[in-house]
Design a protein. Structure first.
Length: 377
């Protein structure tokens, strides 16, 4: 439906098609469909880019979060602290273990886990804290780590939207005890289907994750624990390897597009544009503005053939799935208010300046302003 899509996977694929074709031809020629060289090469390359010691490819991003949590010792009955403002998969990963999600609110500037809220959420049952690098930003992991250090609680990053982002020079995915990331097709580093990975500096965590992900087995038919079957598909490893060498350049293009949106919309009354936190070089997975009459602006964009979206319309505690947590409306006011205001504009490495000007024109018109020049309304 979109003349200007939210993401443009076709344009991205054109850059890497030949390299992917060569890699797939080798996979089918060697019939190395499970594991093998392609998976090993990608794991090593992603670990090197993220500057971590270990990368374990798994089936998808939700598996990655669950396995990272299990890798640091989360078990049934434990509690895991996470932000109310996140995709439901963050909470699902906790629930799949049999642990309990404990929600905290986010800061109003960046909509990331608020470190000042974490301390009060800790109990004797807390087994992990999960800061979420939402929209390609990097959460203040060092502040959160400082809050939980005395309690000895591990930090597991939800790095599903932050491939290639850094905070004070360190890459997302290497800031905590472990991290889970997603290579869903629309991510900054996206596969051609579901895929994910766990990253960690800790050898003990990596060993346990590999064990659990492979049916609890480190040797064929010897099963040490009850595990799961979650492997990075070889075909997806080929796609990811072809894109990985371009990731940082693609992120640079995303940052340029974000800067252009700031020029176009940053001074428009009624539009609140996002900002990077000090110390961050964000990946800009999404460009999320905040407007009061969000649904009307969204309708105007869709009516103009512009693929805008909402990430996410409901905080975790207000979904039916997590109503059992018992948090009424008003419990997490920042997350709840933002859910009615947030609007994701098209952003991808192949977005043209002309398309951004058109997006800004429609946004400005929808909030009652008019475009005066090519930059600014």
């Amino acid at each position: 439906m979109s003349g200007i899509p939210l993401v443009d996977l076709a344009a991205q694929h054109r850059e890497v098609a030949e390299e992917i074709d060569r890699g797939l031809a080798e996979v089918f020629a060697t019939t190395a469909f499970i594991g093998g060289k392609a998976v090993q090469e990608f794991e090593l390359a992603y670990a090197e880019l993220t500057e971590v010691a270990h990368c374990i490819g798994v089936g998808n991003g939700t598996d990655a979060l669950e396995l990272a949590l299990r890798g640091v010792g989360v078990v049934a009955g434990g509690e895991v602290v996470l932000p109310a403002n996140t995709f439901v998969a963050t909470a699902e990963a906790v629930s799949r273990i049999g642990a309990v999600p404990v929600l905290v609110d986010v800061d109003d500037d960046h909509l990331l886990m608020d470190p000042s809220k974490v301390g009060a959420a800790l109990t004797a049952r807390t087994q992990a804290v999960v800061p979420v690098h939402l929209f390609g930003q990097v959460a203040p992991v060092e502040q959160i780590t400082q809050v939980v250090a005395q309690a000895g609680v591990p930090v597991v990053e939800d790095a599903a939207q932050s491939q290639g982002a850094t905070r004070f020079g360190r890459f997302a995915g290497g800031l905590g005890d472990a991290a889970g990331t997603s290579f869903y097709p629309g991510k900054n580093l996206g596969a051609a289907g579901d895929a994910g990975a766990v990253t960690s500096q800790r050898a003990d965590v990596a060993e346990r994750v590999r064990l659990i992900a492979n049916h609890g087995s480190s040797r064929k038919y010897v099963h040490e624990v009850v595990g799961v079957n979650s492997r990075l598909d070889t075909v997806q490893a080929v796609v990811l390897q072809a894109k990985l060498s371009r990731l940082l350049a693609w992120n640079t293009r995303r940052r340029s597009a974000a800067a252009r949106y700031e020029q176009l919309l940053g001074s428009v009354p009624g539009v609140r544009t996002p900002r990077s936190a000090p110390g961050n070089v964000d990946a800009w997975h999404l460009y999320v503005i905040r407007v009061e009459d969000r649904d009307a602006v969204l309708d105007a964009l869709h009516g103009a053939g512009i693929g805008a979206g909402i990430h996410y319309p409901y905080p975790v505690h207000l979904t039916d799935a997590y109503g059992f947590l018992g948090h009424p409306v008003g419990t997490f006011p920042v997350s709840e208010r933002a859910a009615g205001e947030i609007l994701s504009l098209p952003l991808h490495p192949h977005l043209s300046e002309a398309d951004q000007v058109e997006v800004a024109r429609v946004v400005c018109s929808a909030v009652g302003h008019h475009v005066g020049t090519s930059f600014g309304c």
